[in-house]
Design a protein around this ligand. Sequence first.
Ligand code: NAI
Length: 340
Amino acid sequence: SRFVSSQLLNTVSKNGKQFSTSAKNKARVAVAGASGGIGQPLSLLLKQSPLVSELSLYDIVHAPGVAADLSHIETKAKVTGYNGNEQMADAFKNVDIVVIPAGVPRKPGMTRDDLFNTNASIVASIVKAVGENSPKAFIAIISNPVNSTVPIAAEVLKKLGVYDPKRLFGVTTLDIVRANTFIAEAKGLDPATTHVPVIGGHSGVTIIPVISQAKPSVSFPQPELDKLTVRIQEAGTEVVKAKAGAGSATLSMAYAGAKFTFSLAKALHGESNVQEISYIESDVVPGVKYFSSPIILGKNGVEKNLGLGTLSDFEKKLLETAIPELQKNIKKGEEFVAKS
Ligand code: NAI
């Protein structure tokens, strides 16, 4: 059966704080690209969580090793590794959530769109296997370029006849995590309780920080606002440069990916008012088919799109700049599937 038991599991954590989690309130999560720079620390964070009952690790290399390693950690989640194409179907059978950080990352000088040729087919093949084996699963896509890989996933699922726009998510959480951190630093706030929405897409000018809606409320002189906005938009490139050829953000992305996955798991099991920001099929900006904005999650995925809220004139200009780029990225993804 889908859920092992509804029996209460009482757990005492190492710091002595007691919490209980119902066994049925646990999600079976698959990670595709589990052996990678993001996949490994993401899987580690998921293995540590009481929200996860099973962890299915898929990659084209090293998945059994990563799984064996993580399986020794003293938490309940059962970890299984699946290696290569022949095991892909099994990896995605009976799962509730699939997180996809499979594919190549950027090297200095590259844009996210430069990854399209390699990652488009990787994402398409994984999503096809998910659609065939767990058509109801929530799918969270980390692989870049997110602006295009989400439309690719949607088109692949449409071909299979199992597309549900409420269950497909592009993970932009790292942009929000970065905005929270940078704005908190600039104002001497606690980053953990600073909330800065970031909307639009996940590359360069399509990343739209909405600092006017930050909580707590903050304000900056225009030159500083310009600088902070560009820093949030280019934060990924900051890491790519610092890593000097060794890849892009992996640890902060694993943190952000786990945070988003936990929200999906909570919503799936009936927690109310779970709020996130994600790149999804959307009608909040006319003519832009996929757009990231604040959403409420529920058992069936996206329950409500909270839209853009009130934007400042500066943010409206950022949106104007983002629109044609987003449209181009979305079209490129859709055409890739139409041609293949
Ligand atoms: P990585 O190269 O360290 O790991 C990628 C993993 O994917 C490798 O283990 C590789 O074997 C695996 N892989 C390749 N083809 C596969 C296939 N067909 N099926 C299953 N697994 C496959 O790369 P990293 O640093 O983990 O980045 C992964 C992706 O995440 C990149 O596309 C990167 O651009 C993206 N990314 C997205 C962010 C976001 O905010 N959404 C932030 C940072 C990175």
